[in-house]
Design a binder for this molecule. Sequence first.
Ligand SMILES: NC(=O)c1ccc[n+]([C@@H]2O[C@H](COP(=O)([O-])OP(=O)(O)OC[C@H]3O[C@@H](n4cnc5c(N)ncnc54)[C@H](OP(=O)(O)O)[C@@H]3O)[C@@H](O)[C@H]2O)c1
Length: 319
Amino acid sequence: MSLLIIGGTGTLGRQVVLQALTKGYQVRCLVRNFRKASFLKEWGAELVYGDLTRPETIPPCLKGITAIIDASTSRANELESLKKVDWEGKLSLIEASKIANIQHFIFFSAQNVEQFDNIPLMKVKNGIEIQLKESGIPYTIFRLSGFYQGLIEQYAIPILENLPIWVTNENTYISYMDTQDIAKFCLRSLQIPQTKNQTFFLSGSKGWLSSEIINLCEQLAGQQAKVQRVPLFILTLVSRFFGFFEWGQNISDRLAFAEILTAENTFSKSTSDLYKMFKIDPLELIQLDDYFLEYFIRLLKRLRDINFEDVQKQKNLII
Ligand SMILES: NC(=O)c1ccc[n+]([C@@H]2O[C@H](COP(=O)([O-])OP(=O)(O)OC[C@H]3O[C@@H](n4cnc5c(N)ncnc54)[C@H](OP(=O)(O)O)[C@@H]3O)[C@@H](O)[C@H]2O)c1
């Protein structure tokens, strides 16, 4: 089976590429910038130029491909790319996949997309889910919650830099996941035919409140957090008033997007059937406390190394 991975330079996409290569798949990555993607080539992937906003670049990338894993999404710093990448680009990709007779198309969506018509990203994800289902291409949709990786910027760094942490006043349990584990589900689905033409709500085995994550980071950092609470209804109003782009860039950078999506707290429901189907033991998953512990250990080691280098430099200057 030959795979085309789109979004291979992204947080989730790179884990998918790495695991696919480790499992022996032939991996081609559609990338916009060869220099930025050079690490994927070093890992063993083939790079092809493609840009979802340039539909003519897509069909050549699909030659000889049996399955597509689409982990791409618009970058928040690229103005107006939401419509061009996540809507028009994906429509072109689906069209080209139909023509190329793709046997499996894996798409990453978000939890509760149909409930947030007022948030353009959610509306677009929902629309693409519908288009993919209607395309006749065998598909698997994973509806995801937040990633552990996003929590570093949201919680750990502000605590370390003594900056405010913005949270909503909702007591919502969110079952975040490590992107390595999401990649594991994604690759397993290529081997399990029953996962075709299905939508899965993927979430971790434990739900976390933002206050619990803050406590954990405070303990690990040995520092107190400055917590700023924003009521959820204010966020909703702001998003309606300013539209997605302003809202997406200015506020969601500081607030977990997932918190807005999980206003109805559906994340903590049992996912045991899902784990059974994918033959994945929940105990295998990376736990959030272990993830943070490793992050802080690595960070402290780096700080020690930098201090050591500084002392050496000072000594050299004195000599
Ligand atoms: N992050 C979350 O918490 C979260 C939650 C729910 C669902 N998801 C979904 O999970 C998937 C992966 O998200 P992520 O956070 O890993 O994404 P990410 O880190 O932001 O990466 C986005 C990827 O898309 C690529 N891309 C952007 N514009 C493109 C274009 N015009 N043509 C081709 N490629 C393009 C980027 O390439 P460049 O390197 O060239 O920019 C990058 O590889 C997405 O579908 C996202 O919506 C994420």
